[in-house]
Design a binder for this molecule. Structure first.
Ligand code: ADP
Length: 480
């Protein structure tokens, strides 16, 4: 059975489908998913555009109730949906379930936000004139999502889009259509008018491009690689109506460890930041910038802790890390492992392809030492369980190294010094700063996004999501 697309309120079959393969066991096919054609995408966009006038003026109570219902169902089915997610993406089951819970909470948060959208009223320069500032929905939004958070990222784009009255065309990543399809099934039964939400599965080059090139799409929210992000930006600017855009892309996030750090806490932060979820989080730390005096003991204890990580089938309860997502990503990780050594780094631990009971893309977490900031392993995003330790002499050098990157998503520091913590919070060039916490792991009610080459456009999540999913109107009235 092929899982269909959802277009204009109906499930639509396609002649082509792809198999969704479990990276923990490549003999296990999760299901087959329809690949949308160019014409399917056009129909989805037309359906969204047709639904927009009514949905954009719909009752906020109705929107609240629908979003609340979606959140309720996601939470009620967290175990089953978490299992599906872990099966298709390869993160361990506890993380899969945790991500599903997060998605449910996001829908609940934005159910409340439907009722809280506010405007402003100003006095005018001209006596008797009223100035009203209101927020209106943007229109048809194209949501293009990556494989590493198969339900949370679609949720944190869909929920605010609906809350503020937009219509949606969602294109999930080819590798993980299952979670997005399950979410679409919940949305299809939630009471949304036909066309408000559409799911088109397929490749970036067909489905993604068709969304980008359409003149009937008003805005694009994209999460993925830097290379694709740039293409998205170019297409948005080139289109007749200059699509609004929001891009979340890569990172090369630093975690600074100072001499005065609580070493146990620092090792825990590094282990989590660099290796949990197989290092496949855009907020993962891949540069551990460590001051001289603590360097050797930190590295020794981190390697000890790495030996305690169990790499295995994501569905096994004892697994602390699942497989890499696919062969292409594994090849990339292995390329960087070779490159790091060729550049003069020392592979101090891990980096081995592992055999397990089932065929999968298993890689032991890898730690490089003797890395400096000029090496490619310290500058380019690997997106795997690979971290590099960079030795520096003091806090000043650590901050300079932390900021010496074209990215700026998340930056962490482990220190017991209030002085250095405060200075780092102010001076780290990143959208998110973590003090004595892992670089990954954010709250859903707080804004998320980065600086420099990591992000473009307004922040996602929390109240700040309204910057992207609404457009401001200023009305001047002379009550005559
Ligand atoms: P990754 O390398 O991590 O898969 P991508 O940036 O390639 O990251 O993918 C993120 C999302 O962008 C996916 O849904 C993918 O299908 C989509 N995508 C890839 N290429 C294009 C493109 N040319 N136009 C639009 N979307 C694309």
């Amino acid at each position: 059975m092929i899982q269909p697309n959802y277009i204009g309120g109906e499930w639509r079959h396609a002649s082509e489908a792809i198999a969704n393969i479990n990276p923990s066991n490549t003999n296990d096919i999760v299901a087959h998913y329809a690949q949308a054609t160019h014409a399917d995408v056009q129909d989805a966009i037309d359906a969204a555009a047709t639904a927009f006038p009514a949905w954009s003026r719909s009752s906020i109570q109705l929107r609240h109730d629908i979003l609340k219902g979606i959140g309720d169902e996601i939470l009620a089915r967290k175990d089953e949906l978490g299992m599906l997610l872990s099966r298709e993406e390869g993160k361990v089951l506890a993380d899969g379930i945790g991500e599903v819970v997060r998605a449910g909470q996001i829908f609940h948060f934005f159910a409340g936000e439907c009722l809280r959208l506010a405007g402003d009223r100003l006095a005018s320069m001209r006596p008797g004139v009223e100035v009203d500032i209101t927020r209106e929905p943007v229109g048809v939004v194209g949501l293009i999502t990556p494989w590493n958070f198969p339900i949370a990222i679609p949720a944190w784009k869909i929920a605010p889009a609906l809350a503020y009255g937009n219509c949606i065309v969602l294109k999930p990543a080819e590798l993980v259509p299952g979670s997005a399809h399950a979410l679409a099934d919940i949305l299809a039964r939630a009471g949304l008018p036909a066309g408000v939400f559409n799911l088109v599965m397929g490749s970036g080059s067909v489905v993604g491009e068709a969304i980008l090139r359409s003149d009937n799409v008003d805005a694009i929210s994209f999460t993925g690689s830097v290379t694709t992000g740039r293409k998205v930006a170019e297409a948005c600017v080139a289109s007749d109506r200059m699509k609004k855009m929001q891009l979340e892309m890569g990172g090369k996030n630093p975690l600074v460890v100072l001499d005065d750090a609580d070493i146990e806490l620092a090792v825990g932060c590094a282990l989590n930041s660099a290796f949990y979820q197989t290092g496949q989080r855009c907020t993962a730390a891949s540069r551990l910038i460590v001051t001289d005096k603590i360097h050797d003991s930190f590295v020794e204890r981190l390697i000890d802790a790495m030996h305690g990580l169990v790499v295995d089938d994501a569905l096994k309860p004892e697994a602390s890390i699942g497989p890499v997502v696919d062969q292409r990503q594994l090849d990339q990780d292995l390329r960087y492992l070779r490159l790091g050594q060729e550049e003069g780094g020392r592979l101090a631990c891990g980096g081995e392809v592992l055999a397990r009971a089932t065929p999968g893309f298993y890689l032991s977490p890898a730690l490089f030492t003797e890395i400096d900031q000029t090496m490619r392993i310290a500058r380019e995003e690997v997106f795997g369980p690979v971290a590099a330790v960079i030795r520096v002499k003091d806090y000043g050098a650590a901050l300079a190294a932390a900021n010496d990157t074209r990215f700026g998503l998340s930056a962490g520091i482990c220190t017991t010094s209030l002085k250095y913590a405060s200075h780092f919070k102010r001076n780290a060039e990143a959208g998110t700063v973590m003090v004595n916490l892992p670089t990954a792991g954010t709250d859903y009610h707080a804004p998320f996004g980065g600086r420099k080459g990591s992000s473009y456009g307004p922040r996602e999540q929390g109240r700040y999501a309204q910057e992207f999913y609404t457009t401001v109107k200023t009305a001047y009235t002379l009550p005559a």
